[in-house]
Design a protein around this ligand. Structure first.
Ligand SMILES: C[S@@+](CC[C@H](N)C(=O)[O-])C[C@H]1O[C@@H](n2cnc3c(N)ncnc32)[C@H](O)[C@@H]1O
Length: 270
């Protein structure tokens, strides 16, 4: 809900629009102007920076999906989909979309779609699965994903909530899909950037999500993430910090160049 809120607020906020999503506000089902618990009391500039990163990572994923479709890819897998609306925005293509999520979240999303009057595209298959057990590969194969054809995987805002074993297992599974590319984000260890001016606020946000029952569990440095990806078979790895991603999209930001916080990775096996 917190990331969906950020995408929705981004549609109306007084900032450069990086990502346009006509479904972002309707799917939210509540006022965009309500502050979410993860933002309460934090520095407004950092709240804005986080919101812009969430918008920019979706834009990057969208651009990657669009480029892959032009090259002939017709399978897109959204892992840990939450209230992501990619499939609803590309429903006029011949692309098959798979939304993987925890069964409880997926049921909640279906109710939200129904309440918002947003139709589920014919080309979308819901795949309930838990990354913490082995249901992912079986679930996608059973849903019809063809691992002999190329696919794009999008995995946003999820890895930090999983155990390291589940992150590694999921990366290994995706890499085993021939001709695949992946867009995902990870969090840099807060302890590795103790002098970063945002460290205290990042820790405050970490404490807040932990109190809400969703603790951040897995962090990587850039070297660690690259080593993990290369070891399971990815051959090209692009890694951008939040500030680098915003600069990539021409968004003015006062944030200092830093590894702290979330990073976005684009990698491929072919
Ligand atoms: C912060 S939300 C991000 C949602 C979406 N990717 C987005 O960017 O809006 C985290 C998502 O990860 C999913 N998730 C967390 N742990 C999971 C698990 N063990 N198995 C499956 N999904 C999980 C949640 O259900 C939720 O949809």
């Amino acid at each position: 809900m917190a990331v969906a809120h950020a995408r929705a607020y981004h549609q109306i906020a007084e900032e450069p629009r990086v990502f346009t999503d006509p479904f972002a506000i309707p799917i939210l089902g509540e006022s965009v102007m309500t502050e979410t618990y993860v933002d309460h009391g934090l520095d407004p500039e950092l709240v804005r920076h986080r919101r812009l990163f969430i918008a920019a990572r979706s834009r990057f994923a969208d651009d990657t999906v669009a480029a892959a479709i032009v090259r002939g890819t017709d399978q897109v897998v959204i892992l840990g989909a939450g209230l992501d609306t990619t499939a609803y925005r590309h429903s006029n293509t011949n692309v098959q979309f798979y939304e993987v999520d925890h069964p409880t979240t997926q049921e909640w999303k279906r109710r939200r779609l129904s309440q918002a009057g947003i139709a589920i595209p014919d080309a979308l298959t819901f795949v309930p699965a838990d990354f913490e057990n082995t249901t992912l590969a079986a679930g996608l194969a059973g849903a019809g994903l063809d691992s002999n054809r190329s696919a794009v995987y999008v995995w946003l805002g999820v890895a930090v909530y999983l155990t390291r074993a589940s992150v590694d297992g999921t990366l290994r599974y995706i890499a085993s899909h021939g001709k695949s590319e992946l867009v995902f984000d990870y969090f840099y260890p807060i302890a590795a950037t103790p002098h970063d001016p945002t460290a205290a606020q990042l820790q405050a946000r970490a404490n807040r999500v932990a109190e809400a029952g969703e603790p951040w569990l897995t962090f990587f440095t850039s070297d660690e993430v690259r080593d993990s990806l290369v070891s399971v078979g990815y051959s090209r790895v692009e890694d951008r910090s939040a500030t680098e991603l915003l600069t990539f999209y021409g968004v003015p930001t006062d944030a200092p160049a830093s590894n702290a916080g979330p990073h976005l990775v684009h990698c491929g096996t072919a």
